[in-house]
Design a protein around this ligand. Structure first.
Ligand code: FAD
Ligand code: NA7
Length: 486
């Protein structure tokens, strides 16, 4: 008979979460329509299908990170006997941006073809609720149209925030602009010391631009304190400057075109100012709930996010939310993808499996990267008590650092474990080369109940840096020096 609704599933947002959910639903026989639309930034930047990760997040970030690492590697190559003239080497910013953007364009294209092949209908438009089962949209300024759906999945993600100060949107840019920025960043002020701020500051510094990070409170709030401070020290060693306990108050364009930033140190109360070519806001992201007309559907929100239960259902049982738009969950692409896919399987393939948000590994892509899985030391102390945890730690020297005499001062790792029995591991933390590659495998082990006993009975792969995890013999409690002897 005639279906009650036009579609089984309408997905709002074609990013990591929405596309994964839509594609999986079609695989289970559902009729799916996906809306995706990108509003341009105040600086005029726009992009294609695929969401934040592909266009203005993980992917371009990793490419710029790589570009910056290669700059370091050129100097190391000389020590290894390569005849390269490493004096005055400079990146060509425009060429880098072009390379990054053409990769993104190819991913946009593949994404589109994939949707067509999988028969996920796609409309390049914003979608908004008119009632709990009906979405209104219009294509390219055309007339308003409506579709109805049995289920609606909200996967609209977020966008960078701007501070409420004069000149912020007019003169500042964000991570939404930097990866396609058509002029060289030059002397740059990065405001915000979260994950995005630190990564941006590092690739800009690595590419040769004078970079300052303005920190309101502490770097990497939410991450392990010791590791975060070590990371900051590593950045300082590479010449990234920090303005501590400082907040901006004004951005102005000077006669010479450069940007004058006024700011205030909240500890000393001192006002100051400096001049930059680029000001990059990295003060966090806000969920894109404004354009959804959620009141028409009766969906509950908290701050700028959507509240869901363990099944990703909102307070309206047939409306769900996945990805960055969910309140209180990690803002990471693989989290968005897996939760979207599992939701589709529950809706259309009879699955009961819930998304497990615990022990999700993550990496901060700074020149020495920081990766971790599980609890920070603070969290372990808070949940288990100081007396019930043991922290194994050590500094180490990557073999490949010796020849170019690269600093090993910040190569450090630790395992936070229960103190009794086989010492179940609660968290693993590593600063060093290719941290994400190192931690990914250990993340699966930790999810399988990894203990210190097992870890120390695992034979290492020599010579790697990951093998340091199999040699963690010094506990913090012992007071022994965690520095390597050789
Ligand atoms: P998004 O990918 O943001 O997709 C939402 C889509 O919906 C967007 O295209 C949006 O324009 C569209 N939309 C919004 N409202 C509507 C509407 N009403 N109608 C139709 N469409 C709408 N994660 C990692 O795992 N690793 C990383 O290294 C990493 N690096 C990052 C670096 C940066 C600079 C940033 C900003 C993020 C990074 N992330 C990283 C986070 C990752 O990008 C996000 O977690 C992920 O993209 C979230 O996916 P999503 O589907 O929830 O939202
Ligand atoms: P985060 O992790 O929320 O970090 C935001 C940073 O900006 C943090 O250091 C904040 O300091 C700082 N901040 C926030 N508001 C202001 C204002 N008004 N002025 C100055 N500084 C401010 O966001 P990110 O964008 O880095 O990362 C979000 C996610 O995207 C992350 O989880 C990744 O997965 C990708 P605070 O600590 O609040 O004092």
């Amino acid at each position: 008979g005639k279906a009650k609704y036009d579609y089984d599933l309408v997905v709002l947002g074609g990013g990591s979460a929405g596309l994964a959910c839509g594609k999986e639903a079609v695989d289970s026989g559902a009729r799916v329509l996906c809306f995706d639309y990108v509003k341009s930034t105040p600086a005029g930047t726009k992009w294609g299908l695929g969401g934040t990760c592909v266009n203005v997040g993980c992917i371009p970030k990793k490419l710029m990170h790589q570009a910056s690492l290669l700059g370091e590697a050129v100097h190391e190559a000389v020590a290894y006997g390569w005849n390269v003239n490493d004096q005055n080497i400079k990146p060509d910013w425009k060429k880098l941006v072009n390379s990054v953007q053409s990769h993104i364009k190819s991913v946009n294209w593949v994404t589109r073809v994939d949707l067509r092949d999988k028969k996920v209908e796609y409309v390049n438009s914003m979608g908004a609720f008119v009632d709990p089962h009906t979405i209104e949209y219009s294509v390219k300024g055309g007339p308003k149209q409506r579709v109805s759906s049995e289920y609606v999945v909200v996967a609209v993600g977020g966008r960078p925030r701007y501070p409420p100060i004069l000149g912020a949107t007019e003169f500042g840019i964000t991570s939404d602009d930097i990866f396609s920025y058509d002029k060289e960043p030059g002397r740059t002020l990065v405001v915000g010391a979260g994950y995005v701020g630190l990564e941006s500051a590092c690739f800009l510094k690595g590419l040769g631009y004078d970079t300052t990070v303005m920190v309101r409170s502490i770097v990497l709030r939410g991450f392990d304190r010791q590791m975060s401070e070590l990371l900051e020290a590593m950045m300082s060693e590479r010449g990234v400057k920090f303005l501590h306990t400082t907040i901006p108050s004004l951005v102005e364009r000077q006669g010479d075109g450069r940007l004058l930033v006024k700011y205030r140190n909240t500890t000393t109360k001192k006002e100051d100012s400096d001049t930059f070519d680029t000001v990059l806001w990295a003060i966090g992201r806000k969920g894109l709930i404004e354009d959804l007309n959620l009141p028409a559907a009766g969906v509950q929100t908290k701050n700028d996010k959507i509240v869901v239960d363990a099944t990703e259902a909102t307070n309206v049982p047939h409306i769900f939310a996945v990805g960055d738009i969910i309140y209180g969950r990690p803002e990471l692409s693989p989290v968005a993808i897996l939760s979207g896919r599992l939701l589709a399987r529950r809706l259309f393939a009879g699955s009961k499996q819930l998304m497990d948000y615990a022990d999700v590994a993550t990496t901060v892509f700074t020149p020495l990267e920081y990766s971790c899985v599980g609890m920070s030391e603070e969290m372990a102390i808070q949940t288990h008590g100081q007396d019930n945890i043991e922290v194994f730690h050590g500094y180490y020297k990557p073999t490949e650092f010796f020849i170019p005499q690269k600093s090993v001062r910040h190569c450090y790792l630790k395992a936070v474990a229960e103190i009794t029995g086989d010492q179940k591991i609660l968290g693993l933390h590593y600063i060093g080369p290719v941290a994400g590659e190192v931690i990914q495998g250990f993340a699966a082990a930790l999810k399988s109940g990894l203990t210190v006993k097992t870890l120390l009975n695992t034979v290492g792969i020599h010579p790697t840096t990951a093998e340091e995890f199999t040699r963690l013999s010094i506990t913090k409690r012992s007071g022994r020096d965690p520095k390597p002897s050789s």
